[in-house]
Ligand binder design. Structure first.
Ligand code: PMP
Ligand code: GLU
Length: 403
């Protein structure tokens, strides 16, 4: 076991693990702000909206009604029923309550899955750019991440051929998000059908489809890979309340999965955390079954902001921008700046670029390298139009000094 003087007794497991870059960057921004700097933080993927009032009222009611005790590990029956209704209504997915597991955030759902399904050396195909935590959670489960890269020239979407080329007899899982964090790309029905064609013959492969940005989709109807022919028993659909309902701090996510997987995830969770917060679950059931107008209003606001950042960042020389179709991120390719300098700072990669912007523009973004994309950075536009306009102005000014 490797033991250093600064980290005595820590496990190899934790020493091997990278810190979450999104969380680290958000903390650096907070620290810089605490020192009196006017920092605009566009680093964390978190809606700036408050949770809609009717959901908060449902939680308050549940508290008053005494929902303060442990719940069944996979979630209150009322919530699991609401999730089944939602899956049928929105995704054409048929699940019964025994196939639903509610967790403390979709992050825990994904961790449950990786710890439950992977043996050492099992390969997990991850579509890149990927959400930061996939890589480390897979490794925590003993899995080997097999990262498929996709650049802006392919709209940050992995092709069926790439998937076909990556499959081996050790491939156990395929893991991706659509709409995608960090790129905002959306895999269309046709994209997904073509990928399904490749995966379907390999019966040992299951798909983890992370659909947490389902409601922030500017292309129209969301498509779930699990509803495609032959995929029902091969897909675990992950979702949650953080993004679509602006409930990040509530810590509520869930899966719909084949029964044997759901049972195993509940067993895992029973030893880790037990069920999610009782009164939060009551409010979540209410959220799923009540008027979705606030969610649609947030989506419209995000769309307006997407236009603002697309235009503003797209006008900066050397920035290559695609047209993100969902989520609330934009992922400019800034490789044109590699090798430039303002006389003091030299930009050799996306990490240098992110640090340069934080220290000189006081704008916090996240380096693409955290998402498996070394030429890019991620900007979360879940912020006010004023903040976004000012951030773009500062970025343009700072970048203008790089020669
Ligand atoms: N998946 C993706 C793609 C995400 O961006 C996030 C953001 N936190 C999560 C999962 C986890 O969400 P949460 O744990 O807040 O439900
Ligand atoms: N998912 C968000 C993000 O990507 C929140 C932070 C995190 O959990 O990583 O920024």
């Amino acid at each position: 076991m490797s033991v250093t003087t600064s980290t005595p007794q820590l496990s190899e497991r934790i020493l091997r693990m990278q810190e979450s870059a999104t969380i680290k960057m958000a903390q650096m921004a907070r620290d810089l702000r605490a020192k009196g700097n006017d920092v605009i933080s566009l680093s964390l993927g978190e809606p700036d909206f408050d949770t809609p009032d009717h959901i908060k009222a449902a939680a308050a009611q549940a508290l008053n009604d005494g929902f303060t005790k442990y719940t069944p590990v996979p979630g209150l029956m009322e919530l699991r029923e609401a999730i089944c209704t939602k899956f049928k209504r929105d995704n054409d997915l048929d699940f019964d309550v025994n196939q639903i597991v509610v967790s403390n955030g979709a992050k825990q759902s994904i961790a449950n899955l990786c710890l439950t399904l992977l043996n050492d050396g099992d390969e997990v195909i991850i579509f890149a750019p990927y959400w930061v935590s996939y890589f480390e959670i897979v490794r925590l489960g003993g899995g080997v991440p097999v990262v498929l890269k996709s650049g802006i020239e392919q709209d940050f979407k992995v092709t069926p051929q790439q998937v076909a080329d990556a499959i081996t007899d050790r491939t156990k899982l395929v893991l991706f998000s659509s709409p995608c964090n960090p790129t905002g790309s959306v895999y269309t029905k046709e994209d997904l059908e073509a990928i399904v064609e490749v995966i379907r013959p390999h019966e040992q492969i299951h798909v983890i489809s992370d659909e947490i940005y389902e409601y922030i989709n500017f292309t129209g109807k969301h498509v779930s890979i699990g509803a495609m022919p032959g995929m029902r028993d091969r897909t675990i659909t992950v979702n949650g309340f953080s993004k679509g309902f602006a409930m990040t701090g509530w810590r509520l996510g869930y899966i719909g999965a084949p029964t044997w997987i759901a049972k195993a995830c509940a067993k895992m969770q029973g030893q880790f955390t037990s069920g999610a917060t009782a009164f939060g679950q009551k409010a979540a059931a209410h959220a799923l079954l009540s008027d979705m107008t606030p969610t649609y209003e947030m989506r419209e606001a995000f769309l307006k902001r997407r236009e603002l950042v697309k235009e503003g960042l797209g006008a900066i020389p050397g920035f290559k921008i695609n047209n993100p179709q969902g989520a609330f991120y934009i992922f400019p390719d800034i490789s044109a700046y590699f090798g430039t300098s303002d006389g003091t700072n030299t930009i050799n990669n996306a990490n240098d670029f992110a640090e340069y912007l934080l220290m000189n523009a006081h704008v916090a973004i996240v380096s693409g390298s955290a998402f498996g994309a070394d030429n890019c950075f991620r900007l979360s536009y879940a912020a006010s139009e004023e903040q976004l306009t000012e951030a773009i102005r500062r970025i343009a000014e700072c970048v203008g000094k790089l020669k």
